[in-house]
Ligand binder design. Structure first.
Ligand code: ADP
Ligand code: MG
Length: 684
C-alpha cells in the first residue's frame, strides 16, 4: 500500500484495519452504491427516500426556532417547491439565499411537515445565467471506512486502477464460462464498476443487474460455493460408523405403520440408508413441505442406527415439538423394546441425572430433546446419528459445532437436517452446499389444500361465529395471537387477553391457552388436552408455529397476519389440513394494508405449495428473512445479493464442479481471492 502516492505508515495501518493490504485489494473494494448526479430531477417529480440533484430559484428564506435555530430555504423550479433545512449555518450562508438566487442541490429527499425537504443538502449557487452542472458519470460511494474519507478512497482507487492497466489481476474464470454468460473480463468489470462511464445504464447499475456486477457476483458466489464444497469433501475423508445391519427391523417397522409411505418418502429413505452404510459421515438435508411426513423418515433413520447397536439423537427447536417427538417415537419404538430418553433445559434435576446416566452408559439407545442435548455435560456412549428437525435457522457454523460435539472414537456421527420450511432450490444451493439434499416433493394422499382467506379484523365477530360452528360440528380450531416482536411479556399478555375475550364470547366451548412463558409441563398439558380433543379452541402464540400435529384441527385464525413473514404464515397454516376434513385458514389483518402486505397475503391465498411460498418470500423479503439473518451462516457478500442473484447458482454450481475436477489450483485461487487464506469456513 505504501507504494501508492500519499500513503504513509499511518494511513497504511488504517487501511489494514479495513482488510486492505495490497494494491490489488483496493480493486475489490467495490462501491457500495452510486449517486446519480448525471441528471436534474424536476422538483414536482421528487420521491421521498431518493437522493437527487435538483435546481431551482429561492422563493423565501427565513430562520425559525424549533427547539433550536433552523434555516429554511424554499426553492422552486416551476414544477413544484422544495424546502432546504439547515441546522448549522453561518450568517454568511444565510445571506446567500436571497429570493431570486438560483442554485443546484443534491441530497436525500424527505417528507416534511409542509412539503418535501432536503436536510443539509450539498448545494452550489449559480451565478448570472450559469447553467446547472451535471456530472458525466455516476459517483461511486465506497463502503463506510472509519477515518478514510470518500475523496481519499477515490484517489487511492484511481491509482490502483491505473496500476491495473499494467498488471491486471489474474483472470480466474474459464473463458468458456464468461463467453457463455456474456460476461466481461475481470479487469473490464472492475474498471467499469469503480468508474462507470457516462454511457452506463444507470438503472441497471443501481439495481445491481449490470453485466459487470453480475460478473463479480458470479465469481464471489463461486468462491463461497467452492469453500462449502471443500468442507463437504473434507468430511468425506473422515470416519463414521458404517450402519449396515438392521434391514429386517426397518422393513418390519415400515410394515407396522398405519399408512403406506409415499413414493417420495421411500426415495428419501433409500438415499439416507445408502449414506448411512458408508464409513463416512452422512451430511444430508431433507427439504419437504409442511405435512409431507418428515418425522417418520427421521424415525426410520434412528431405528437403523439403533438396530446396528449404536445411539441416535433427535433434536427439535422447541420443547413442545421435542415432547411431541418423544411421545411419537416412544409409541412407535416401544413395541420394539426401545425406550427413548428425554432431555430438556427445564427438566427436574433428578430426571435429568437419570437421562444423562442412561445416555452415557448406552441404555438409552435414542435421546430426544431440545438443544439441551448438545450442551456441556452430555456424554453419549456411542452416538452415531444426529437428527435435527424443523430448523429454520441452522448455519454452517452450527452444523460444524454439532459435528465436533458428537465426535467419538469411531469418527463423527452421521447428520440429518430437516428443514421447517422449504427453501428455493437456488438459495439452498448457496446456503447448504456442504450438505447433500433430498426433496420430498409429494404429500401423503387424500390431503385437501387448506382454503385461505384474508379478512380485516373489523370483522372479528363473524370469525368468532365461524369458530363456534366449526367446533359445534366436532372440529377443533387454533387462534394464533398477534406477534409482538422482541417482547415475551407483551406476547403473552396479548395471548391472555385474547384468551379471556374468546372464553367470554364462546361460553359453550372449552378454550385452552399455550404461550411461550408457560412452564413446559403446562404447555405440554395444554397441547395434550388439545390433541386428545378435551380442548376445542386453542389460543396460542407462535410457539405452535412449527411441527405441531393435531389432525382433527381444521380451522386456524391468525391475528395480525400482515406482520408475519410468508414462510412463517405457511408454517402456521400447516398445523391444519392434516386430517380428512376440509380445512380453513383465516388471516386477520389490521386495515389499511400497504401494497406489499396485500401482495404477500395474496400469495398465501393463491397457493398451498411451500416451495412457491418460499420463492415469493425470497423475492419479497430477501434471504435473511427466510433463513434467519444472523444464524444462517449466510455470509455477508461484498457484491452478490442472493435475492437478486440466486438465479446464477445453477451455473455457479456447474462451473464449480468443473473447476474442482479439472483445475483445483484455480478453484483455490478463487476462494483465496474472495475469502482469504483459510476460506470463510476455516479448516475443519
Ligand atoms: P412434517 O413433514 O410437517 O414434519 P409430519 O411428519 O408431522 O409432517 O407428518 C404429518 C402427518 O402425516 C402425521 O400425522 C403423519 O403421521 C402423517 N403421515 C406421514 N406420512 C404419511 C403417509 N405416507 N401417508 C399418510 N399419512 C402420513
Ligand atoms: Mg415435522
Amino acid at each position: 500500500m505504501t507504494s501508492l502516492h500519499g500513503v504513509g505508515p499511518a494511513l497504511a495501518k488504517k487501511l489494514e484495519k479495513l482488510g486492505l493490504f495490497r494494491v490489488e485489494d483496493l480493486l475489490f473494494l467495490l462501491p457500495l452504491r452510486y449517486e446519480d448526479r448525471t441528471q436534474l430531477v424536476k422538483i414536482g417529480a421528487l420521491v421521498a427516500g431518493n437522493r437527487c440533484l435538483v435546481s431551482g430559484e429561492v422563493l423565501l428564506s427565513e430562520t425559525v426556532y424549533r427547539g433550536r435555530r433552523n434555516l429554511l430555504v424554499r426553492i422552486s423550479d416551476g414544477s413544484g417547491q422544495l424546502m432546504l433545512r439547515f441546522f448549522h449555518f453561518s450568517r454568511q450562508q444565510q445571506a446567500q439565499f436571497q429570493p431570486g438566487v438560483r442554485l443546484t442541490c443534491f441530497g436525500e429527499v424527505r417528507r416534511g411537515s409542509v412539503m418535501l425537504e432536503m436536510i443539509h443538502p450539498e448545494y452550489r449557487i449559480l451565478r448570472g445565467d450559469q447553467a446547472a452542472a451535471t456530472n458525466d458519470a455516476l459517483t461511486p460511494i465506497y463502503p463506510a471506512t472509519e477515518g478514510v474519507q470518500q475523496g481519499r478512497l477515490r484517489n487511492l482507487t484511481d491509482q490502483a486502477l491505473r496500476s491495473m492497466q499494467e498488471a491486471p489481476p489474474d483472470e480466474l474464470l474459464p473463458k468458456t464460462i464468461t463467453k457463455k454468460l456474456g460476461m466481461p473480463s475481470l479487469a473490464e468489470a472492475i474498471l467499469f464498476l469503480h468508474r462507470p462511464p457516462p454511457t452506463a445504464d444507470v438503472e441497471q447499475l443501481l439495481e445491481g443487474r449490470h453485466a459487470c456486477q453480475q460478473r463479480l457476483a458470479f465469481e464471489e458466489l463461486l468462491a463461497h460455493y467452492l469453500s462449502l464444497r471443500r468442507l463437504r469433501a473434507l468430511a468425506q475423508t473422515e470416519a463414521a460408523p458404517a450402519l449396515t445391519e438392521g434391514g429386517a427391523e426397518v422393513s418390519e417397522f415400515v410394515r407396522s405403520l398405519p399408512f403406506k409411505l409415499t413414493g417420495a418418502q421411500q426415495r428419501v429413505i433409500d438415499e439416507i440408508l445408502v449414506d448411512l452404510a458408508e464409513p463416512h459421515p452422512m451430511m444430508r438435508l431433507i427439504q419437504g413441505d409442511v405435512g409431507s411426513g418428515k418425522t417418520v423418515i427421521a424415525a426410520i433413520a434412528c431405528l437403523k442406527a439403533i438396530a446396528c447397536g449404536v445411539q441416535a439423537a433427535i433434536m427439535a427447536p422447541t420443547e413442545i415439538l421435542a415432547e411431541q417427538h418423544w411421545r411419537n417415537f416412544s409409541d412407535w419404538l416401544r413395541p420394539l423394546g426401545i425406550e427413548p430418553a428425554w432431555l430438556s433445559g427445564s427438566q427436574r434435576v433428578a430426571a435429568r441425572r437419570e437421562s444423562l446416566e442412561s445416555i452415557a452408559d448406552g441404555r438409552a439407545q435414542l435421546a430426544v430433546g431440545t438443544h439441551a442435548l448438545f450442551q456441556e455435560g452430555v456424554e453419549f456412549k456411542q452416538l452415531a446419528l444426529v437428527v435435527i428437525d424443523e430448523q429454520h435457522r441452522f448455519g454452517v457454523h452450527q452444523r460444524m459445532a454439532l459435528r465436533d460435539k458428537g465426535k467419538l472414537s469411531a469418527g463423527h456421527p452421521h447428520q440429518l437436517v430437516m428443514t421447517a420450511t422449504p427453501i428455493p432450490r437456488t438459495l439452498a444451493m448457496a446456503a447448504y452446499a456442504d450438505l447433500d439434499t433430498s426433496v420430498i416433493d409429494e404429500l401423503p394422499p387424500g390431503r385437501r389444500p387448506v382454503s385461505t382467506i384474508a379478512v380485516p379484523d373489523t370483522r372479528r365477530s363473524e370469525i368468532v361465529e365461524r369458530v363456534r360452528s366449526a367446533c359445534a360440528a366436532g372440529q377443533q380450531a387454533y387462534w394464533v395471537c398477534p406477534l409482538i416482536e422482541e417482547s415475551d411479556v407483551l406476547d403473552y399478555q396479548a395471548a391472555e387477553a385474547s384468551f379471556h375475550r374468546l372464553t367470554e364470547a364462546l361460553p359453550e366451548l372449552t378454550v385452552g391457552l399455550v404461550h411461550g412463558r408457560m412452564r413446559p409441563v403446562e404447555k405440554e398439558r395444554g397441547m395434550r388436552a388439545f390433541k386428545e380433543g378435551l380442548i376445542q379452541l386453542l389460543v396460542a402464540t407462535t410457539v405452535i408455529e412449527v411441527g405441531v400435529d393435531v389432525p382433527n384441527a381444521s380451522l386456524m385464525i391468525i391475528e395480525n397476519a400482515e406482520r408475519m413473514g410468508l414462510s412463517q404464515l405457511h408454517q402456521l397454516r400447516g398445523r391444519v389440513g392434516r386430517g380428512a376434513a376440509q380445512s380453513h385458514c383465516v388471516l386477520l389483518y389490521k386495515p389499511p394494508l400497504g401494497r406489499l402486505a396485500k401482495e404477500r397475503l395474496a400469495v398465501l391465498r393463491n397457493t398451498n405449495d411451500g416451495f412457491v411460498v418460499a420463492q415469493r418470500d425470497l423475492e419479497l423479503r430477501g434471504p435473511g428473512e427466510l433463513l434467519g439473518t444472523r444464524q444462517t451462516g449466510l455470509p455477508d457478500y461484498r457484491i452478490a445479493n442472493l435475492a437478486r442473484d440466486a438465479d446464477l447458482m445453477p451455473e455457479v454450481q456447474m462451473t464449480a464442479e468443473t473447476l474442482r475436477h479439472h483445475s483445483a489450483s484455480t478453484a483455490s485461487a478463487i476462494v483465496r481471492r474472495w475469502l482469504g487464506d483459510a476460506g470463510r469456513y476455516g479448516k475443519v
